[in-house]
Design a binder for this molecule. Structure first.
Ligand SMILES: [Zn+2]
Ligand SMILES: [Zn+2]
Length: 212
């Protein structure tokens, strides 16, 4: 069975999630934006073996710790989609702009595309490309536990910002309504910031994408 535990990291309180298979105790960390010592300590406390880094997108609060963690533990970097090369290249400027420790640059071991899957232990998650907040944003869907890790695409009561370079509001709305909603109203999503919610609840009450 697939399990997960979410830890807010960095000054941006970004929800980094550790996901693992309880048969193998192999784990992946989604969006290690920073606070690597806390993430690694939690992995050890849970008795897990960290095997991979999965990225939803390459904004600093999500990807800032990636290069260092990958090097420290010799981990492959899976994702995001090639559309985020611009943001990976911009990591040093993002660090300086937002007062983060200098982010080590990295090259993804494997880029992700819509319809791909990622596997940890005996568990497989589906990858959907959800551009709009960034061009290469992906989300990880775990239908076996009714969960989706959606980064900065959708929040409880809000949606991702599209006022950054390469943001696209219409594309974001299309990603939410055409790629997230089909995962089902009961699906609980883990956003990049703030509390969990369900797609059904957002469909009913989110002022940006309600009644869609
Ligand atoms: Zn972001
Ligand atoms: Zn974010």
């Amino acid at each position: 069975m697939l399990h997960y535990r979410t830890l807010p990291v960095t000054a941006f309180q970004q929800n980094s999630s550790i996901v693992w298979c309880d048969e193998t105790m192999d784990a992946a960390v989604i969006d290690p934006g920073g606070d690597l010592d806390a993430l690694v300590a939690e992995v050890q406390r849970l008795g897990l073996q960290l095997k991979a880094i999965w990225l939803t997108h390459a904004h600093i609060d999500h990807a800032g710790g990636t290069g260092e963690l990958a090097e420290r533990l010799s981990l492959p970097i899976i994702g995001p989609h090639t559309g985020d090369q611009y943001w990976i290249d911009a990591l040093p400027q993002q660090s300086a702009m937002f007062g983060f420790p200098p982010a080590r640059q990295f090259a993804p071991t494997r880029w992700l595309h819509d319809g791909d899957t990622v596997t940890i232990g005996h568990e497989t998650l589906n990858v959907r490309h959800c551009p709009g907040h960034t061009p290469g944003h992906v989300v990880f869907h775990a239908p076996q536990i009714g969960r989706a890790f959606v980064g900065d695409v959708l929040f409880a009561g809000s949606i991702g910002r599209t006022d950054f370079p390469q943001g696209n509001h219409q594309q974001l709305i299309a990603s939410i309504t055409q790629r997230l909603w089909p995962m089902g109203d009961q699906t609980v999503f883990i956003p990049g910031h703030g509390p969990e919610s369900t797609f059904g609840r957002e469909r009913r009450s989110n002022p940006y994408v309600g009644n869609t």
